[in-house]
Design a protein around this ligand. Sequence first.
Ligand code: FAD
Length: 469
Amino acid sequence: MTADYDLAIIGAGPAGLAAAGLAAELGLTVALLDEQERPGGQIYRAIETVGASRPLAAKALGPDYERGRGLVDAMRAARVDYLPGAVVWNVSRELAVNFSRQGGSREIRARHVLVATGAMERPVPVPGWTRPGVMTVGALQIMLKTSGLVADGRVVLAGSGPLLLLLASQYVEAGAPPAAVVETVPRARYVEALAHLPKALRAAGYLAKGVRLMRTLARAGVPVYRGASDLSVEGGERATGLAFRQGGRERRVEADLVALHQGVVPNQQITRLLGCNHVFDDGQRCFRPVLDDWFATSLDGVSVAGDGGGIGGAVAAEHAGRVAVCGIAHRLGALSEPERDARAAPSRAALDRDLAVRPFLETLYRPPREVLEPADDVLVCRCEEVTAGAVRGAAALGCPGPNQAKSFLRCGMGPCQGRVCGPVVSEIIADALGSDPGAVGYYRIRPPLKPLTLGELAALDTDTESGAA
Ligand SMILES: Cc1cc2nc3c(=O)[nH]c(=O)nc-3n(C[C@H](O)[C@@H](O)[C@H](O)COP(=O)(O)OP(=O)(O)OC[C@H]3O[C@@H](n4cnc5c(N)ncnc54)[C@H](O)[C@@H]3O)c2cc1C
């Protein structure tokens, strides 16, 4: 089988952009595919358009956002076949990549595939989370970046993680301070996280940024409720408030919109589809693909860089993209072993420095049990309307894992293909069986990864021997 490209990169966030630029510089032929219409990924979403058309959003998004401009400009200047609006719905073990674009479907073949598909927000299945008027914090940030929009009315942000505080402060800068921030980090967790502080100081910039964000909220007079638990979105046809417990007291804040967040987890759809080995990372409380020192997976010819390989943040994603490309270029014969090592050394050192803050953050922001194992009447699979109780019931009947739960309940079989409920279904079954998610496993993922019309499928332009669909 002849390849169209040396390297196909899926995802044009910091990992994919940095990888594409370096790969082209090393003489590899590169295709860079992303379902978004513009490069930048999650963090640098709309970076090319935001300044000119939405100056307010640009100011609100802050200096870290600006870092993306250099990455995007370098990719644009490099010899890279950049394919925006390309939704990848299948990758075969023979390294054929199928994607929908402009109403049709295409296939490209590569000698190596780099998966740089980033992270997704962890589901936050608290009572009432499916009511109209509830969104995720990430979704609010997407509105701000792509359209310069802030939500109307009283916005309450609830949960934990750096993105929660970041968006709250971006809302302040945009002139729309949230009505309240409700943080679920227990007080004891701060003490526990202190053990990791000396190491975290190697990446002190992140700690300073956290302090800055909190100061911004304090200056704007945003009420911050700390140590909250038992979150529940109240309302009838739509959300009207958020109830929670704090310091042994029941509390309630009025809201027109509640935005929930409990950190992000790797997007593992493509590596699962390819049958790569995965491991459950207890520190990050999520599955991630098993990777070697060069970010290669267990399947020859497939690597992963960025948050898709384990959560490290945007700057780490960029460095990982470059290290991965050095490994790929060596595998494809474009770099000798000493050249590979020398070329990767600065990025590897920067990556190590940047990741030093992770144990601190992971300890502080470990998701609470009430989100990992929600109450029986809470919906966990929104597509097929399956509750946590139904999943527990299936486990009690002998269902040993998420794939069997699919046949019992259809959970994970809707349009999102388990992306939303996957992490929580594994947690619930593991807890019900007195096991751990690593042992009960995760959904088996099948193509198409994303909804695909028959017209797009019929238009598939391919001459593969293996067959694409
Ligand atoms: C909603 C959201 C907002 C975030 N905002 C911030 C922030 O403001 N600041 C911060 O520090 N961190 C933020 N993060 C964390 C963030 O993911 C960064 O750590 C960083 O963007 C990771 O870079 P990456 O290159 O690994 O992936 P990403 O930047 O996520 O890029 C992955 C790209 O892959 C594309 N992709 C995924 N699946 C497919 C497919 N099947 N076909 C085609 N393309 C695909 C996506 O469209 C995306 O552009 C956010 C995360 C989320 C989920």
